[in-house]
Design a protein around this ligand. Sequence first.
Ligand code: FAD
Ligand code: NAG
Ligand code: NAG
Ligand code: NAG
Ligand code: NAG
Ligand code: NAG
Ligand code: NAG
Ligand code: NAG
Length: 434
Amino acid sequence: MNNTHNPRVCVIGAGVAGLSSARYLKHEGINFTVLECTKYVGGTWRYDPRVGYDENGVVLHTSMYKYLRTNLPKPAMELNGFKLPEDAPSFPSWETYYEYLKSFTKHFDLERHIKFLHQVVSIRRLENMWKVKHKHVVTGEVFEEDYEYVIVGTGHHSKPHRPVIPGEDLFNGTIIHSHDYRVPDPYINRKVLVMGGGPSGMEIGLLVADVASRLVHSHHSPAPFEAHFPPHYVKKADVKEFKENGVVFVDGSFEEVDDVIYCTGYEYDYPFIDSSSQLTISTHSVIPLYKYMVNINEPSMFIMGLVVRACLVAAIDAQARYATALIKGNFTLPPKEAMMAEWQAHVDDLRAKGKRMSDIHLLANKEDEYYAELTRESGIARVPPVLFKIRNADMRAKLKNLYTYRKYVYTVIDNETFTKRLEDKNSTTNNTDM
Ligand SMILES: Cc1cc2nc3c(=O)[nH]c(=O)nc-3n(C[C@H](O)[C@H](O)[C@H](O)COP(=O)(O)OP(=O)(O)OC[C@H]3O[C@@H](n4cnc5c(N)ncnc54)[C@H](O)[C@@H]3O)c2cc1C
Ligand SMILES: *[C@@H]1O[C@H](CO)[C@@H](O)[C@H](O)[C@H]1NC(C)=O
Ligand SMILES: *[C@@H]1O[C@H](CO)[C@@H](O)[C@H](O)[C@H]1NC(C)=O
Ligand SMILES: *[C@@H]1O[C@H](CO)[C@@H](O)[C@H](O)[C@H]1NC(C)=O
Ligand SMILES: *[C@@H]1O[C@H](CO)[C@@H](O)[C@H](O)[C@H]1NC(C)=O
Ligand SMILES: *[C@@H]1O[C@H](CO)[C@@H](O)[C@H](O)[C@H]1NC(C)=O
Ligand SMILES: *[C@@H]1O[C@H](CO)[C@@H](O)[C@H](O)[C@H]1NC(C)=O
Ligand SMILES: *[C@@H]1O[C@H](CO)[C@@H](O)[C@H](O)[C@H]1NC(C)=O
């Protein structure tokens, strides 16, 4: 046995990305270890009422909030061939999804491969190996091991992206980022400003609007939402500056507010990756990557789940299969120059369209073609086109009405087709969002 034929793989994180990678690596009999800094699987799907740090002084990773339900229907949330419970609602709660990830771990007997409470502190490329340094977060003991491959599954919905707004210090009320939003209770009968029109801004905006006396929603999302907002919900332009008791918007108008929730997204954050990996990591992009995941300069490193506007779970699952097939030797990557040329063509295309570098991670309409490409190159089972179709149907339902899109049940008929129907009157699901 030599390393070419018995490579060792380090998987970082035991969320959806780490768990799905572990499943396939194990199936292929590849030697791997998962390092996870908490004592839990499930990553961001575990709700923790605390904010800040955990009991071991590690920054709390999870951004989950108490009344979250998935924003994609069940078929688009399932790992390959592993069903969510039949009796779970069409858009499950975080509890259901967290339980699902725990039963996935049990079913594939993955726990024995996970080193819990081990935080990766550095990965260095040296002499054709990855030197992975990790620390036991309780004892402080530091370990260093060599690996042929690293699969980075630490997610990218954890480090808050906070806007810089003049006068923030003057403001008398509370300000949090959605990373620290847990329950609506502090906002009962308050005047609340929610900033941002992405998924968090829309969902948290609606949840808080249910209890607040006034919900001021500042965003510039171009998505034409037709939601039937209540009368105390008011849409505003971007914020210009804070005053002691409220905010001034770019159109010059003023709103008195008690509390502010920044739903301004997250930043890419890989503090353990240094320059030896030859990746360029900035707040909103990680480059250059082949097929949205392979580090082109050191192609034995994979960064999982860096795609935006996709069925993220299905995409991660396919990436895990692709990475495993590569490590197994089922296929080889093109030469570095060819991968770089393909990546450069993508960059040139973005530039020509006047887009930002962060759009390099956007799949959107290219999602299904991405799955086809992964399969063509690696021979992995293809993510069926029906998932992309379901995501589009769900997107249309959201645009029509953010309050009711979760009432639809999507059922896969075959790889290409699905049905969409309103939930049964007498089903076990309660449609209340709270
Ligand atoms: C509030 C919220 C709602 C969401 N809703 C949906 C949804 O409805 N549908 C959907 O498809 N997606 C949703 N997502 C996206 C979600 O991120 C993905 O579904 C999925 O959880 C990504 O999995 P992951 O494994 O990449 O990352 P994570 O789930 O974030 O897991 C990363 C793991 O890595 C560990 N880790 C981090 N750093 C280190 C280190 N240095 N050393 C060791 N371990 C480390 C963490 O402890 C964690 O366990 C949501 C995200 C958030 C925040
Ligand atoms: C590993 O083994 C294979 C076949 O047994 C051989 O072809 C290859 O040269 C070996 N590699 C190293 C680094 O020893
Ligand atoms: C996996 O690699 C480790 C470290 O080299 C080694 O100790 C272990 O025996 C290997 N396991 C298998 C199943 O090859
Ligand atoms: C803000 O708080 C300070 C100190 O608590 C108080 O003096 C001031 O009147 C408050 N301003 C407003 C506008 O509420
Ligand atoms: C690798 O190829 C073998 C043989 O064709 C296949 O059985 C296996 O599923 C493939 N592995 C992956 C991860 O695609
Ligand atoms: C559906 O897709 C899977 C995965 O690519 C494939 O194995 C299967 O043969 C497909 N089924 C049909 C009926 O085409
Ligand atoms: C209502 O619930 C019962 C019992 O769970 C079930 O047998 C029946 O099929 C349901 N009716 C509809 C219309 O789904
Ligand atoms: C639905 O609501 C009813 C009444 O409020 C409650 O008794 C029941 O437990 C709820 N069911 C679920 C699945 O949450």
